[in-house]
Design a protein around this ligand. Structure first.
Ligand SMILES: *[C@@H]1O[C@H](CO)[C@@H](O)[C@H](O)[C@H]1NC(C)=O
Ligand SMILES: *[C@@H]1O[C@H](CO)[C@@H](O)[C@H](O)[C@H]1NC(C)=O
Ligand SMILES: *[C@@H]1O[C@H](CO)[C@@H](O)[C@H](O)[C@H]1NC(C)=O
Ligand SMILES: *[C@@H]1O[C@H](CO)[C@@H](O)[C@H](O)[C@H]1NC(C)=O
Ligand SMILES: *[C@@H]1O[C@H](CO)[C@@H](O)[C@H](O)[C@H]1NC(C)=O
Ligand SMILES: *[C@@H]1O[C@H](CO)[C@@H](O)[C@H](O)[C@H]1NC(C)=O
Ligand SMILES: *[C@@H]1O[C@H](CO)[C@@H](O)[C@H](O)[C@H]1NC(C)=O
Length: 481
């Protein structure tokens, strides 16, 4: 990363540079990932797409073609949250990518989402993972508006390299602070589609896991904490009377001026909850102290110990310290070279969430509900799903948000609230809302909880996550038996 820090006057610097040439995707082809045992039937690509030539901004992507019939299947773009967390480290390697670590070996993930669609993981915004700007001042107070603009610029330039995907059905997906990024990007795509003389982007829907949508609702978790026995009756009362988590976050991130009364409640909550994984209250934490990656306190997952094993086997067992393997892997020079993430000979300092980005945290206060409503009014299907063991963005909040939007837009319930299934087991509970299109009832908004799922559903519940994704992409209701 050091070469970036040298460039204090990045704007002047980049004006001297030759404009980047669009190269054939062959250059970005990853022949085989280091550690990958088996040959696979699908192609993988990795590389950079320039989003702003003047500033020298480029986003790193990892593209995995679908396992079969790639060019006739849809394209799904995946964004992790934070703000400031990596889609490569979390999404691709820990959640729904084609491989998972088994020790130092990468084995095929049998619940990979590229069974259903082509998957495009984007490290976004600049300063996250391998993505960067040559204008270091860009890192200061980068925000939702700029992120969405860069994400759209990324997509349009990516399509120039991968023109065979320009017209396939397109979806945007991800989780957590993706609850901001995804609707904001989708909204820009719709605006772009209204321009004359362009080929519209075939946006068909968005699907977001444990979405951070509204600071007043999404992280208001006192009731969840109390009902799961994480906090005392007295502390629960304090969250209801003195300071709830929404108020605490508004002080911390939006006003950036915390009060003693809120801090006291916040401290008490943390003291009582203790050393568990807030993103899945049934999991422990990684006890391997050698890890330099166990720094994940933001709105994104963490590394865990083998404290509780859910009923998953082999490479799909939850490796609660997998963050360590991923961190070591992505900080290896050879890996960086092979996935085309190296822009100099030096080893790039990659991290899950702690890059040089200093995001404008006040944007956490932006309410995304109106934007979701705009997308629904436009006719864009949305699914909000929620791992029900996440205490940070609890399913109760996501359910409330879906309900609120359905009421505001006068959508009607398509089914009665009830179970959905995966592998003959209840996988969670769901409620779909619809509207009438051409005289027919059509689902437009779906809420689904994932029983036993973490903040990162594909991590703890890979089979359930794939079932949700498959149904959404297929335009089908969730399985009910
Ligand atoms: C950033 O600067 C490096 C070093 O000069 C250069 O190789 C790279 O192309 C620049 N990136 C962009 C997106 O302009
Ligand atoms: C995939 O391609 C094969 C052979 O080209 C074809 O027989 C099959 O119907 C295709 N499947 C889908 C889902 O498009
Ligand atoms: C993001 O920053 C740009 C440039 O400073 C500004 O115009 C825009 O209003 C900001 N957006 C948000 C949501 O803070
Ligand atoms: C959280 O606290 C604020 C300020 O006291 C209050 O206005 C808001 O209604 C509370 N939210 C919930 C969901 O209780
Ligand atoms: C911070 O909040 C306190 C009251 O809680 C107020 O007196 C003070 O002026 C605020 N500071 C700033 C910089 O807004
Ligand atoms: C980069 O490393 C390669 C071999 O690892 C070496 O041949 C080359 O000279 C190095 N380039 C620079 C600019 O240091
Ligand atoms: C549409 O849904 C409403 C409400 O559930 C129901 O009353 C109506 O019969 C449905 N119409 C059709 C055409 O299925």
């Amino acid at each position: 990363m050091d070469f970036l820090k040298v460039v204090e006057c990045g704007i002047i610097f980049s004006l001297l540079m030759v404009h980047s040439v669009i190269t054939a995707p062959e250059y970005d082809l990853i022949k085989k990932l280091p550690g990958q045992r088996e040959k696979v039937s699908f192609k993988q690509y990795g590389g950079y797409i320039t989003t702003d030539e003047e500033h020298g901004r480029a986003l790193y992507y990892y593209f995995v073609e679908a396992q079969t019939n790639a060019t006739s299947r849809p394209l799904a773009l995946w964004l992790n949250g934070g703000p400031g967390c990596s889609s490569l480290g979390f999404g691709a390697f820990e959640e729904n990518g084609p491989f998972k670590f088994n020790g130092k070996v990468l084995e095929q993930n049998k619940f990979s989402w590229n069974i259903v669609t082509n998957m495009l993981y984007v490290e976004s915004p600049i300063g996250v993972g391998f993505s960067y700007s040559n204008t270091t001042s860009d890192y200061h107070l980068f925000n939702d508006t700029l992120t969405a603009q860069d994400n759209l610029a990324f997509l349009l330039n990516w399509f120039k390299k991968f023109s065979e995907y320009r017209d396939v059905d397109f979806y945007i997906t991800g989780e957590s602070y993706g609850g901001h990024y995804i609707p904001q990007m989708a909204s820009l795509v719709l605006d772009y589609n209204k321009k004359s003389g362009i080929t519209p982007i075939n946006l068909k829907g968005i699907i977001i896991g444990n979405p951070y949508v509204d600071i007043e609702i999404s992280i208001n978790n006192g009731e969840f904490q109390w009902s799961h026995g994480l906090i005392s009756d007295e502390t629960y009362q304090l969250t209801q009377t003195i300071c709830n988590n929404s108020k605490s976050w508004i002080e911390m991130f939006v006003d950036q001026n915390t009060s003693e009364s809120c801090n006291n409640v916040f401290d008490k909550v943390h003291e009582e909850i203790g050393n568990i994984d807030y993103y899945d209250v049934t999991l422990g934490i990684c006890l391997d102290e050698s890890s330099s990656s166990s720094q994940l306190s933001k709105l994104q997952g963490g590394v865990r110990s083998k404290f509780i094993q859910k009923n998953l086997k082999g490479v799909n067992a939850i490796n609660l310290c997998s963050g360590n393997d991923i961190f070591t892997y992505l900080n290896t020079n050879k890996v960086q070279k092979d996935i085309h993430a190296s822009i100099s000979n030096d080893t790039y300092s990659w991290s899950f969430c702690d890059g040089p980005l200093n995001y404008d945290e006040r944007n956490r206060g932006i309410n995304i509900i109106p934007l979701l409503s705009k997308l629904l009014n436009y006719g864009l299907p949305i699914m909000l799903f929620s791992g029900d063991q996440d205490s940070v963005v609890p399913f109760t909040a996501t359910r409330t948000i879906a309900n609120t939007i359905a009421k505001q837009l006068q959508l009607f319930p398509i089914n009665t609230y009830g179970t959905w299934y995966d592998n003959q087991q209840v996988a969670g509970w769901t409620q779909s809302y619809g509207h009438v299109v051409g005289g027919k009832n059509q689902t437009i908004l779906t809420f689904a909880s994932v029983r036993g799922g973490a903040h990162e559903v594909p991590y703890t519940s890979p089979s359930e996550a794939l079932t949700l994704f498959k149904a959404f992409i297929g335009g089908l209701p969730l399985p009910t038996s």
